[in-house]
Design a protein around this ligand. Structure first.
Ligand code: ATP
Length: 455
């Protein structure tokens, strides 16, 4: 794994994974742009999540709700009142910082001075205006979590799919938080993506499902290539619990800057549906919610046995896509000493996450038969639907191998003179991790590649 953030930042920029946002204007803190390879990696990680959370289960539906919602959503969700971090100002160097890691004695992160203010609450939501009139009433917020769109669509999804408990709704999308001190590359940023499942169950079955999701999510991260020794659980208690949570287990990963939260799995009880439902008094809610004067829908399901309407409990595994990508890159980063004494950098991604699945490298740039066969193979492999297959005609295979090791391409295929002269058109297939090369007839290449990626 990577030992320092710097080596990751430098590789990400050099090879086109991640760039500083607004770089040509001096950058913008807490915003990063994903380059040609970063977008592929991100899409692959999202697809893996969607596959396991939606397609491989028969009790989860997908959703893509709007980022901008009615401001009442955030009034009743509790975010307007309580989605805050404690902040202090330093009298000495004039910087501002998050204070939640500071114990009794408060010390400036920047200059070490103890001349800091008492902590005060800072709301992390970005406020914005909607419509052509800018006045006191025309505001809303950018969503600070995708979850609220799931709660506000609860009735729509139940009515259109006839779901009964237990079932879940999954969503991937952007969230925004005006973090006081964004830091550690893409670990803490102001604009990021979340992959969230809200899993609804009967009250009383919530603790069982909570345990289930903690274990299931950990296993998923292992399937993405993270290793057991770099994952820990943290049981969040007392003041550290979010306003909606009865209990939360954080899944921590050993990032280059230390063990930190990768995903939170929270028991949100009946807090959210209870907050957003009309006729709250009918349901005997267990959570302490604000009186709702605006909602037009009952967010409850019929319990046929007890013959009454009830508001489900909700378990939420909430993962950060950007943090996930950082974890996967940290884990995949490898420096190997080779027999000839040189070193190579390899990103040992799981094949399903690799940004480029196969690179096709013709040995000679301007030999038409070689180029034609290479292009034909590219088109054939591309049609398999595995992801990006790159035809790369630089004429320098050695350099190609090095580059593709560094960006984690599992397979390189070279097309050479043998391929056009010998019977069966043999091509050379090189494995990223073992660096071993095998010869495969061109006609069998698609089957070889499918076998490699599907099994
Ligand atoms: P932290 O304590 O690190 O601020 P949090 O507990 O506020 O995180 P949650 O509200 O539980 O985070 O959000 C769920 C997930 O969303 C986190 O586990 C993380 O992966 C991701 N996430 C939250 N805030 C950020 C951020 N500022 N930048 C990148 N990812 C984030």
């Amino acid at each position: 794994p990577a030992k320092t953030m710097d080596e990751l930042v430098s590789l990400c920029k050099r090879r086109g994974f991640i760039f500083q946002g607004s770089e040509i204007y001096g950058g913008m803190q807490g915003a990063y742009d994903y380059g040609p390879l970063g977008i592929e990696l991100k899409n692959n990680l999202k697809a893996a999540w969607w596959r396991s959370m939606v397609y491989e289960r028969d009790d989860v539906e997908g959703l893509d709700a709007a980022i901008i919602q009615n401001k009442h959503v955030y009034k009743y969700s509790g975010h307007e009142d309580t989605f805050t971090d404690p902040m202090v100002d330093c009298h000495e160097c004039k910087s501002r910082m998050r204070a939640d890691h500071m114990k009794d004695i408060k010390v400036c992160d920047n200059c070490g001075s103890t001349e800091v203010t008492e902590p005060r609450d800072f709301n992390l939501m970005f406020k914005t205006n909607v419509g052509p009139m800018v006045n006191e009433e025309s505001y809303t917020y950018l969503r600070p979590e995708t979850a609220q769109g799931i709660f506000t669509n609860f009735k729509n999804v139940v009515d259109s799919t006839s779901r009964a408990l237990p079932f879940g709704i999954a969503q991937i999308g952007k969230s925004f938080r005006n973090e006081i001190t964004p830091r550690n590359f893409i670990f803490r940023v102001r604009e990021f993506e979340q992959m969230e499942l809200e899993f609804f169950c009967k009250p009383g079955e919530d603790e069982k499902w909570h345990e289930f999701w903690v274990e299931t999510r950990k296993q998923w991260w292992l399937d993405q290539g993270l290793t057991e020794e770099n994952i820990q659980f943290e049981y969040v208690t007392g003041d550290d619990l979010a306003h909606y949570s009865k209990s939360t287990v954080d899944i921590l990963y050993k990032f280059p800057h230390g063990f930190e939260e990768l995903e939170g799995v929270a028991n949100r009880t009946d807090y959210d549906l209870g907050s957003h439902t009309k006729a709250q008094e009918e349901f005997g809610l267990s959570a302490n919610v604000k009186k709702n004067e605006h909602s037009t829908a009952k967010l409850a399901v019929r319990d046929l046995e007890a013959n009454k309407w009830e508001v489900p409990f909700c378990i939420e595994p909430s993962a950060g896509l950007d943090r996930g990508l950082l974890a996967v890159m940290t884990e995949a980063y490898t420096e190997e000493e080779l027999e000839n004494g040189s070193t190579r950098t390899v990103l040992k991604f799981k094949p399903h996450l690799a940004p480029i699945k196969v690179a096709i490298l013709p040995l000679k740039k301007n030999k038409p038969e070689i180029v034609a066969l290479a292009k034909e193979l590219k088109n054939k492999l591309q049609k398999l639907g595995l992801g990006r297959i790159l035809y790369e005609n630089t004429g320098n295979v050695g350099k190609g191998y090095r580059r593709h090791d560094e960006v984690g391409t599992p397979i390189c295929v070279t097309v050479d003179f043998d391929s056009i002269e010998k019977e069966g058109a043999p091509v050379t297939v090189r494995d990223r991790d073992t660096m071993e090369q095998v010869v495969v007839p061109a006609a069998e290449l698609p089957a070889y590649v499918i076998n490699y990626f599907i099994n």
